[in-house]
Design a protein around this ligand. Structure first.
Ligand code: URA
Ligand code: URA
Length: 234
């Protein structure tokens, strides 16, 4: 085939694909995907303060009806280390700050054992509002709320994200694998933007799980030692 013939064939193919796409767009078949992409980047213009302010008045899912506060996140906006839990509990909902109840106090001790303070790191949850009776987050709530967390991660640019428990690990790694199989190893963050710095993710057990299963504390401590070594070297 001559160069011109190849080019001609390529142009025809491109035209066919474009027609096909336009037809599907008219039929609305691409709508779901486009909405998802838009939703993931809907806060792209907001800095951390503006994002927080946006979240404070959020009514995008049903959880706003039962909340006392929106629990956006706390800590150092330039943190190298970020902790991500599941959702606020009763104490967090009352105080507007993540991880301040019993599980939170254990997390604070873990952070201090790493020779850090809560002010050195950044702490947030997948959901910013408390699910009633501490039930699990519903899929539509995660879908609606997770763009806040993804934008927080994009702005803070941590080197390491420690996910606490099943929920945040599955979300940030985009996996169905459970925490027991995942924990103790580093993974690549699933939602890194092209050309952006890619955090590593260390899934570990949730401190609430540690309160019920103190024997698992040594596993978490091993995971945190790996994180400390990584932070020293990167
Ligand atoms: N559990 C979580 O996952 N997050 C909190 O903020 C408190 C308890
Ligand atoms: N099961 C959970 O749901 N969370 C943990 O952190 C560990 C086991």
């Amino acid at each position: 085939m001559t160069k011109d013939a190849i080019k001609e064939e390529y142009l025809q193919l491109a035209a066919t694909v474009r027609e096909h796409v336009e037809e599907q767009l008219q039929l609305g078949l691409f709508e779901a995907e486009i909405t998802e992409t838009e939703q993931k980047s809907q806060y792209a213009d907001l800095n951390l303060t503006a994002l927080d302010a946006d979240a404070q008045s959020c009514v995008k899912c049903g959880l706003h009806q039962g909340r006392n506060t929106v629990v956006f996140g706390v800590g150092n906006p330039d943190a190298d280390l970020m902790f991500v839990g599941e959702a606020p509990g009763a104490d967090e909902d009352r105080q507007g700050e993540p991880f301040v109840g019993r599980a939170g106090q254990l997390l604070t001790r873990i952070i201090e054992a790493m020779q850090l303070t809560r002010d050195d790191v950044y702490i947030a949850n997948v959901l910013k509002c408390r699910p009633p009776d501490n039930r699990n987050p519903a899929p539509d709530e995660v879908e609606t709320c997770s763009p806040y967390l993804l934008r927080q991660i994009e702005l803070i640019q941590p080197k390491v994200i420690v996910t606490l428990g099943n929920f945040s690990a599955k979300m940030l790694l985009d996996t169905k694998t459970g925490i027991t199989a995942l924990r103790g190893k580093f993974y690549e963050y699933a939602y890194a933007k092209q050309d952006a710095h890619v955090p590593v993710v260390m899934p570990t057990y949730h401190p609430a799980y540690l309160l019920r299963n103190p024997n698992a504390k040594k596993d978490v401590w091993e995971d945190m030692q790996q994180v400390m070594t990584y932070l020293e070297q990167n």
